[in-house]
Design a protein around this ligand. Sequence first.
Ligand SMILES: Nc1ncnc2c1ncn2[C@@H]1O[C@H](COP(=O)(O)OP(=O)(O)OP(=O)(O)O)[C@@H](O)[C@H]1O
Length: 265
Amino acid sequence: MKNDQDIIIQVKNAKKIYRMGKERIVAVDDVSFSIKRGEFCCLYGASGSGKSTLLNLMAGIEKLSRGQIIIKGYNIHKMSEKALAKFRQNTLGFVFQSYNLLNSMTALENVELPLVFKHMKPKIRRKLARQMLINVGLGSRLKHKPTEMSGGQQQRVGIARAFVSKPEIVFADEPTGNLDSKTSREVMELIKSMAKANNQTIVMVTHDRSLADYADRIIHILDGKIQEIIEVNPDSKESQESSENTPNQVYEQTADNINALSASN
Ligand SMILES: Nc1ncnc2c1ncn2[C@@H]1O[C@H](COP(=O)(O)OP(=O)(O)OP(=O)(O)O)[C@@H](O)[C@H]1O
């Protein structure tokens, strides 16, 4: 049993109520759970169950009606806007269903963007972004703009962008929602191997149980409440992984590559 120091996110009695005129919608209803550093945790449930709202509360994007979200010991909903923005920039990465890439920028420029906000020198950030795109298998698409790439390729750019600044936590809301099943599996393998390489924590939202099974733990949400918490059996995961394409070795070298690049500059 790991001790409390391994806990990176605590959700304590989180509640979110939307008011629409006279109507009151309880989207998240008194939810509590913790996530360990390096864990791949999935918020799984049907449409409208409240999983995206919960993810947005955990990322500090939506305001809590009640309760607390503690990340690395910080009560993020008590932070000032400025402090929260800085915390997000330094600690969190995001992968979106609709990729959210800037269409006027190349793949390389999109991946560089989080490093621009971190005031990294142009030469270093370009090198890191390039290496990251090579790691996700897009070394031949550096100059392509999003509209010149397939959905799967665009999501790989989105993943490279989310991971390039080595955030401790990556939030992913239906990251494969716009992809076919084969590409979805490849994207899941990619996210998983990238995170394992750096002991990063993943919180992913999905309504698809076969994708939820990529996680270490599934938090099943129903009507804004936790219905069940499922520990995914490592044995069944091993057989699932061995029966599919194993992640490209190059993804697992991500951490080493980035560390080496940082050290050499
Ligand atoms: N901004 C909002 N204003 C009012 N109600 C909202 C708002 N956002 C979400 N809701 C409501 O809160 C509930 C939970 O929505 P949420 O988007 O979190 O569900 P979800 O499980 O992520 O669904 P989906 O898989 O369809 O995205 C739903 O009843 C939804 O209609």
